[in-house]
Design a binder for this molecule. Structure first.
Ligand code: AMP
Ligand code: GLY
Length: 440
């Protein structure tokens, strides 16, 4: 069996590892934008190249007889890599039309509205044609508590929130107009108050099978302060829920993923195949959707994939053929905590790029996934500008998993940092208390 993996980063490393554990013993051939020591240690061939140049992927696909392809990042999925490859090889990734659930926040909100999926905050989509209504909507309908969302992929940097990035109604209107000028459309919505979580499902049309729920931490510094990042770390619990969520919350998030997969198939006339990642928020009166992604999360994949006790290759094949079933998907009843090691100056300055850092020995109850790092000829690890290595502890409880990850992170040598607070009992309890207060 031969698999094409279009992905770099720690998420790509985790995908490669999960595929390589299959009983099918697949040969993995990887197309990635820059070298990755983790993927290189698993793949039988690695091709460095622009993943947005689909001719490269197509040429590889024509040269090898791949059984299927798996795609990691949002940009090639959003631009339609699955459409280009599908003549030659089936893809575990939705086509461009279906991937609009991530690449256009306006499409996602309108789809849910049209299909009666009650999961969105109050929202409106503005274009050049109705931009004069912006001020009124923000001031009157949303009482000045608003979020402005650039309506295209922007590497997680298109969302601005009142009280955080925007300090007046005027600033909101100005940013919304900038978005319209740049990409033609903007989503403005009610600012929700609650606790966020990620629920990623393996999806094949109407077949929606959940993975363990994860909580991500996007802010750079402890206590959820500082600028937003790609995600500094994550945790998941042994029961595959999270301590602050009720069974009703989890059931509701699952239901929203199910209804959305169904709505997508109806709207686009083709099944969604791949990973449907709901970014949810537990609020006063239930669960709302913050956004959808059409891929595995990073770091979420680093929590989820090492827990798989069933065969990931069979799951991927099941998504493609439509034969995916509950009994093909099982996860170890363990908790995980992932902490990203990043350069000291991440995300603002890239001054540590090229500097050497060193990992301690990794015990069997932990995993290391390589992100933006290089290896020199002496085998030493060099920092890039972005997140370096995801360290994942796996234990019976969140605090045991945290302890494992924290111990490793503390021993990493070099000009690096990480968030100590992620997965700590104090932080997890705080989430529980926050949601209790919101709901009381
Ligand atoms: P997104 O790119 O849509 O995931 O947004 C990035 C971050 O902005 C989310 O993780 C949330 O923390 C925040 N956010 C987005 N939409 C809302 C909303 N309607 N209310 C409150 N926070 C939001
Ligand atoms: N964990 C955030 C993301 O993958 O978008």
């Amino acid at each position: 069996m031969k698999i094409l993996l279009v992905s770099s980063s720690a998420r790509g490393h985790a995908i490669a590892e999960a595929l390589s554990k299959s009983n099918e013993n697949p040969e993995i051939i990887s197309l990635l934008p820059s070298s990755n020591p983790g993927i290189e240690s698993i793949a039988s061939e690695v091709h460095e190249g622009d993943v947005m140049n689909f001719d490269l992927a197509l040429e590889l696909a024509k040269r090898h007889k791949f059984d299927f392809a798996v795609v990691g990042p949002d940009d090639p999925i959003g631009a339609g890599i699955a459409d280009v490859l599908k003549e030659v090889v089936p893809c575990v990734a939705p086509t461009k039309n279906l991937a609009r659930i991530e690449s256009s926040k306006g499409f996602a909100r309108k789809l849910l509205l049209e299909e009666g999926v009650d999961a969105s905050p109050k929202f409106s989509v503005f274009t050049r044609a109705n931009r004069e209504l912006l001020n009124n909507f923000i001031a009157q309908d949303l009482n000045g508590e608003y979020v402005v969302k650039y309506d295209a992929l922007k590497g997680g940097k298109g969302v601005k929130i009142s009280g955080e990035h925007l300090s007046s109604i005027n600033e909101g209107v100005t940013y919304a107009n900038e978005c319209i000028n740049e990409c033609g459309q903007v989503v403005v919505e009610e600012k929700l108050v609650g606790v966020e979580f990620s629920l990623i499902s393996f999806v094949s049309g109407n077949n929606v099978i959940d993975t363990p729920v994860v909580q991500d931490h996007k802010r750079a510094y402890a206590g959820d302060t500082g600028p937003n990042t790609g995600g500094m770390g994550t945790y998941s619990d042994a029961n595959h829920s999270l301590p602050f969520l009720s069974k009703e919350d989890l059931d509701r998030a699952h239901k929203i993923n199910v209804l959305t997969a169904k709505a997508l198939e109806k709207k686009c006339g083709a099944p969604f195949i791949g990973f449907l990642y709901g970014g949810f928020i537990a609020v006063k009166d239930g669960v709302k959707l913050i956004e959808y992604n059409a891929r595995l999360g990073d770091p979420e994949a680093l929590n989820i994939l090492p827990l798989l006790t069933s065969d990931f290759v069979h799951i991927c094949q099941g998504m493609i053929t439509g034969e995916l079933s509950e009994n093909m998907v099982s996860f170890a009843p363990k908790a995980t905590v992932c902490k990203y090691i990043t350069p000291e100056g991440y995300p603002d300055n890239k001054n540590q790029r090229g500097e050497i850092f060193k990992l301690p020995p990794i015990p069997s109850n932990a995993r290391v996934y390589y992100g933006d790092v290089k290896q020199n000829n002496n085998g030493e690890l060099l920092l890039g500008g972005s997140r370096s290595v995801g360290i994942v502890g796996i234990g019976e409880s969140i605090s045991e998993a945290e302890d494992i990850a924290q111990n490793i992170c503390e021993k990493v040598e070099g000009p690096v940092r990480f968030r100590s607070d992620i997965g700590k009992e104090e932080l997890v309890n705080q989430r529980v208390t926050t949601l209790k207060q919101i709901r009381s």
